[in-house]
Design a protein around this ligand. Structure first.
Ligand SMILES: O=C(O)CCC(=O)C(=O)O
Ligand SMILES: [Fe+2]
Length: 245
């Protein structure tokens, strides 16, 4: 690894540690998503975009239209992950595990998450989930991603990350992240986000607890991407669990 690349990785990691984790935690509890701004430099984002066309990094390519997932294409990385992605996954997880544990506790769900990502991956491996899940997605004009949840087997971590690698309103227009919150006995609430290039967006994979008059209840959440009007939009998704296939 080049020294400059290593320094850039350390800079990104230090921005994660410098995040206001009190505020981020509160936003995750309230909305099910939160942002850490300007973590990756534009150089890092551009290098990840270039990596999209280097097949040796990937284990699987999915043409989204074929499965009616939307319009666009994505590629799952193979292990070993690029250093930057591996480090983000490893260093961010410990901030999220206590949030995941708090959610599962108030909803009286059995599972608890270990404090380190290494230990969590061991749990995935014990259930036969050994394949890398981080991915890069590419959408052209008209491209979109239907509302979904990213679950890849029995063991899953309930929060995940996305980093938009392209610059909104410069490289593309439209293509906003959409979240829906399905409240019991009500219609869904939709929320949209347009993160800047290099921001880390943290969001719930499946649900979040909501406080009611008789304790906490579960609201399911999904995410997707609205159609890109013009240009090309690349994004990096970081999921913490490994996949079966
Ligand atoms: O392209 C995006 O911003 C969202 C991609 C996505 O669904 C994911 O990373 O799980
Ligand atoms: Fe997703």
């Amino acid at each position: 690894m080049l020294l400059s690349e290593q320094i850039q990785i350390e800079t990104a990691i230090s921005k994660i540690h410098a995040g206001d984790w009190g505020v981020i935690t509160e936003q995750l509890h309230q909305h099910g998503f939160a942002k850490i701004e300007q973590v990756l430099s534009s150089t890092q984002c551009e290098l990840l975009k270039q990596m999209y066309s280097q097949p040796e990094h990937y284990r699987k390519t999915v043409e989204m239209q074929r499965y009616r997932f939307g319009l666009g294409e994505y590629k799952y990385f193979t292990y070993p992950l690029p250093n930057l992605i591996g480090r983000i996954r490893h260093e961010l997880y410990p901030y999220l595990a206590p949030i995941a544990n708090a959610w599962f506790r108030v909803l009286r769900l059995e599972r608890s998450f270990p404090s380190s990502h290494t230990e969590f991956l061991q749990q995935c491996h014990q259930h036969g989930q050994t394949l890398a899940t981080p991915l890069i997605l590419k959408y052209g004009q008209g491209g979109f991603n239907t509302l979904h949840q990213d679950l890849y087997g029995e063991v899953y971590f309930p929060l995940q990350l996305v980093i938009v690698l392209s610059q909104p309103n410069v490289d593309f227009t439209g293509g906003e992240l959409v979240f829906t919150q399905q409240n019991p006995r009500a219609q869904s609430k939709a929320m949209v986000m347009q993160p800047q290039q290099g921001d880390i967006l943290i969001f719930t994979t499946q649900f979040k607890p909501e406080k009611g008059s008789q304790g906490y209840y579960r609201v399911n959440m999904k995410h997707g991407v609205s159609p890109v009007h013009q240009g090309e939009r690349y994004s990096l998704g970081i999921i913490f669990h490994d996949a079966l296939s």
